[in-house]
Every structure is written in structure tokens, then in C-alpha cells.
Ligand binder design. Structure first.
Ligand code: UDP
Ligand code: MG
Length: 309
């Protein structure tokens, strides 16, 4: 019997668990009745009642497995752990706030059976704020521009993958993980399928503005060295400009004996160059820091409890 695994990262989502489980269970029993299945919840260091509720579900339903982290490691590491612990022939990953609708899994699966390895949900009616949607469009533009490898990056988590893809994802153990980038990197045949995007059932988004920016920077810096190339080009550009400008000044002085005027031009150029240098150092520092973190070779996450079977 083929097996379908659903992995769901949760961070302080206690108020969504009952509804999520009810809808998901319904779908699995109805649409996937000929399959064996498992639901793996990853409790990413929640401080609410999530752990107790999940444990309760596990005791009532052996298909529910619960992986509890020793602290909060973050959304993408929680998904990584889920992928490490599944053994399904098909693996679905989705968020735990019901924005990804369990009822859409069937669609993803049918698309997969048309001969693909990864089917990701393309949200048709995004239920995010305007600001969030604008930011996400900017990010998508940048990431497409920066990443040179022919890899498919779509920022939605909601997707279904074959076992073979999951086995290959497990081989990539980098710390700074942008999980959908990693899934794109391993290759195979990807395709999008339109899905409804729901409103968060209860609670608030765990991604505030600064976490969103962090995620976007992480995606860019861990998948591209375009920023390094860009600063080299920028440096060259300024060298050319400064030669040109210097030439003009010397020319004026020698030929026309024009005195060099301008405190303003001086201070502007000092500030511009100063600012640029700091930014450039920052970009180099970013790569250096990442290298340092990777070299420590720490485990990606630490499991406190694993309730299964
Ligand atoms: N999440 C997590 N660890 C975190 C932050 C979030 O496991 O540190 C989970 C969260 O519980 C949810 C999913 O990741 O199931 C997506 O988070 P959220 O809905 O807050 O993000 P948004 O939909 O606003 O992007
Ligand atoms: Mg959400």
C-alpha cells in the first residue's frame, strides 16, 4: 500500500490544531482512502498548549506523529526535520494555520500523477496584506534575477513531492536554509497548480516584518553570489568615474588655471564613497559569517521528544 505523509511545522498554533487535524483527517480518509498515511507535526519549541494537544492526538490516533524540538529553530528547520523523519511515498508539506487548505491536497496529487516530481501550490487569491504582497513581489523579482542556476524557486511551502525528491533533499545539510530554494536546487520536474489560499484560522502571523526581511536576505545570500559580483562591478564603475572626474579637474587646472572650488562636492563624494565602502564590507561580512556558521557543523535542530507508533 502506498503511503502519503503530511508534515506540518507548528509554532504556538494551539488554537489551530483541532480544526486543522479535523479537516486534514477528513481529506485523508475520504480522498486518499486507498493509501496508508501519517501526519507528522513538528512542534517548533511552542510555549503554548500545543505539545499537550499534539500528544493527546497521538494517543488517540496512531497515524499522528509528533516531533518536538528542544527550542524554537524556525519554520524552515522544522520542515527539514519533518522531511528527515517521513517515509511516505508522497510527501506533502503545509503550514499549520489553515492558510494552506487540506482540501487542495487532492489537486496537487492528481497533478503529480500526470508525471511530475514536485507540485507546488500557486496561490490564486492571496490572503496577505497589500504591504506583504508588494514585498513578496519585490523579493520574487530579486531572487529570479540573482539566481543563475536553472532552478525553480517558488516561495510557497504548500506542495507535494515524491519520495525520491525527499531523499535527495535530505542530502543537503546546509544551516542557512531556504527550504524551497533547496527543493528547487535538487531539480526534478516541478510544476505549479493553482490553489485557494485561505485566511489564517486563528492567531497572528509568526513572520513579522524583520523576520520576513531576514528570510528574503537569507534566500538571496544562500543561493547566489550575485551581490559579490555586483559590488565588484560597482567598484569598477566608481573607479572609472573617478578617473574621468580627476582628468577633468587636472585639465581645467592646467589649461585654464581654474581653482578647484567646492566644499559641497568634496563632502558629498566623501559620504558617498564612505557609505559604499561600509555596504560593501557588509556584503563581504555576510558571506564570511555564513561560512563561519557552516564550518561549525552543528546539528541543524535538536529533538526533545519523538512520539510515534
Ligand atoms: N512556524 C514555525 N516556526 C517559526 C515560525 C513559524 O514552525 O519559528 C510555522 C507556523 O506555526 C506556521 C508556519 O510556520 O505553521 C507558517 O507561519 P505563519 O503562518 O506565521 O507565516 P505566514 O503565513 O504569515 O507567512
Ligand atoms: Mg500563515
Amino acid at each position: 500500500m502506498e503511503k502519503i505523509s503530511v508534515i506540518i511545522p507548528l509554532y504556538n498554533e494551539a488554537e489551530n490544531i483541532v480544526e486543522l487535524y479535523r479537516r486534514l483527517k477528513d481529506v485523508l480518509q475520504k480522498d486518499f482512502s486507498i493509501f496508508d498515511y501519517e501526519i507528522i507535526f513538528i512542534d517548533d519549541g511552542s510555549s503554548d498548549a500545543a505539545a499537550d494537544m499534539l500528544l493527546d492526538l497521538h494517543y488517540r490516533d496512531t497515524k499522528v506523529k509528533v516531533l518536538q524540538f528542544s527550542r524554537n529553530f524556525g519554520h524552515h528547520l522544522a520542515i527539514t526535520a519533518g522531511l528527515d523523519y517521513t517515509n511516505g511515498d508522497y510527501v506533502v508539506m503545509m503550514d499549520g494555520d489553515l492558510q494552506d487548505q487540506p482540501e487542495e491536497i487532492k489537486k496537487l496529487y492528481h497533478k503529480l500523477k500526470e508525471g511530475y516530481d514536485v507540485v507546488y501550490g500557486e496561490r490564486v487569491h492571496k490572503k496577505f496584506s497589500l504591504m506583504r504582497r508588494v514585498l513578496s513581489e519585490c523579493f520574487n523579482f530579486l531572487i529570479r534575477r540573482f539566481i543563475e542556476d536553472p532552478i525553480v524557486i517558488n516561495s510557497t511551502i504548500f506542495r507535494i513531492m515524491t519520495k525520491q525528491v525527499v531523499e535527495n533533499i535530505r542530502l543537503l545539510r546546509e544551516h542557512n536554509r531556504y527550504i524551497v530554494g533547496i527543493i528547487g536546487w535538487v531539480g526534478f520536474k516541478h510544476v505549479a497548480e493553482p490553489v485557494e489560499h485561505g485566511k489564517r484560522y486563528k492567531g497572528e502571523s509568526k513572520y513579522n516584518f524583520s523576520r520576513q526581511i531576514d528570510l528574503a536576505l537569507n534566500a538571496i545570500f544562500s543561493f547566489s553570489n550575485y551581490p559579490l559580483k555586483f559590488i565588484t562591478r560597482l567598484g569598477l564603475f566608481f573607479v572609472i568615474i573617478s578617473f574621468g572626474l580627476g582628468g577633468v579637474i587636472i585639465f581645467k587646472k592646467l589649461i585654464y588655471n581654474t581653482p578647484i572650488i567646492g566644499w559641497s562636492s568634496l563632502i558629498v563624494s566623501v559620504l558617498v564613497i564612505g557609505g559604499l565602502q561600509i555596504t560593501i564590507l557588509g556584503v563581504i561580512g555576510e558571506y564570511l559569517g555564513r561560512n563561519y556558521m557552516e564550518n561549525k557543523n552543528r546539528p541543524l535542530y535538536i529533538v526533545r521528544n519523538y512520539w510515534h507508533d
